[in-house]
Design a protein around this ligand. Structure first.
Ligand code: ADP
Ligand code: MG
Length: 249
């Protein structure tokens, strides 16, 4: 993949829940090699945007493009197989499984046609190395044998990230990955996210503005489901509309 090539695009997405307009003509482009931050006040529609990009929520209108091809009518599993990963689905964790088994299962689920050759993830040696690698990348290699239910909150979030990464995605959608993490965990995860962008495009929803302005290559500001500004962090930080609508609230 070429750096800076568009890998995921939202084109004029619209989504309403009854009378509430959650997404109002959202367009944005996530590029390989970039961290694209999506920020905005509570209820601005950030998570709704992520859901439409991931494929768990159908837009009322508009298109989602992956590597230039429309995936608007593809469901989340179909988009995941193309290389679209979303982190932090707590429900995806099986409490009885160890961290390593959880990641092996995620690797297996990400492989095409896995159903045809299905065998238990724990019995498939080809899953072991990528899974172990993903745990080490997230700094939790030492927890490989720990059951998911015995992990601390921050460790569990890192495990979920490892599960997303192990599938070698081309785009990673992160919805508030730092939520509930301590200072050291936040710093470690920031470094991981920064390192990851070499190989993929990242869309980061994050309310910690220190993290956003340190990590992001592009910042898009959403208010009431619509983009009010988009550009490099240095420009967004000083944009008077953004300050008025959001940063200084
Ligand atoms: P953000 O992530 O920016 O805080 P959300 O995308 O979660 O915002 O929500 C945007 C708006 O859409 C909010 O007003 C929220 O209450 C509403 N909303 C989100 N999901 C649903 C849903 N499934 N049904 C009804 N309203 C929803
Ligand atoms: Mg949200």
């Amino acid at each position: 993949t070429t750096p800076d090539a568009p890998v995921l695009e939202a084109r004029d997405l619209h989504k309403s829940f009854g009378a509430l307009v959650a997404t109002n003509g959202l367009s944005l482009t996530v590029r390989t090699g970039q961290i694209h931050a999506l920020i905005g006040p509570n209820g601005a529609g950030k998570s709704t945007a992520i859901a439409q990009l991931a494929g768990s929520l159908r837009p009322d209108a508009g298109e989602v493009l992956f590597s230039g091809h429309s995936v608007t009518r593809l469901d989340e599993a179909g988009r995941a197989r193309l290389g679209l990963a979303r982190s932090f689905q707590i429900s995806a964790l099986f409490p009885e499984m160890t961290a390593l088994e959880s990641v092996m299962l995620a690797v297996q689920a990400g492989r095409r046609h896995h159903a045809r050759f299905w065998k238990p993830a724990s019995a498939d040696d080809s899953l072991l190395e990528p899974a172990r690698q993903a745990l080490y990348t997230l700094g939790i290699g030492h927890l490989a044998r720990t059951r998911a239910s015995d992990l601390a909150h921050g460790q569990r979030r890192l495990l979920e990230m490892a599960m997303a990464l192990a599938r070698e995605p081309r785009v990673l959608l992160l919805d508030e990955p730092m939520a509930g993490l301590g200072f050291v965990e936040t710093r470690n995860l920031s470094a991981v996210i920064h390192a990851l962008k070499a190989d993929m495009g990242i869309l980061l929803v994050e309310h910690d503005m220190d993290v956003v302005f340190r990590l992001a290559d592009v910042v898009t500001v959403l208010v009431d489901g619509a983009v009010i500004a988009s550009g490099p962090p240095s420009v967004i930080r000083d944009d008077p509309d953004v300050r008025r609508a959001y940063l200084s609230e």
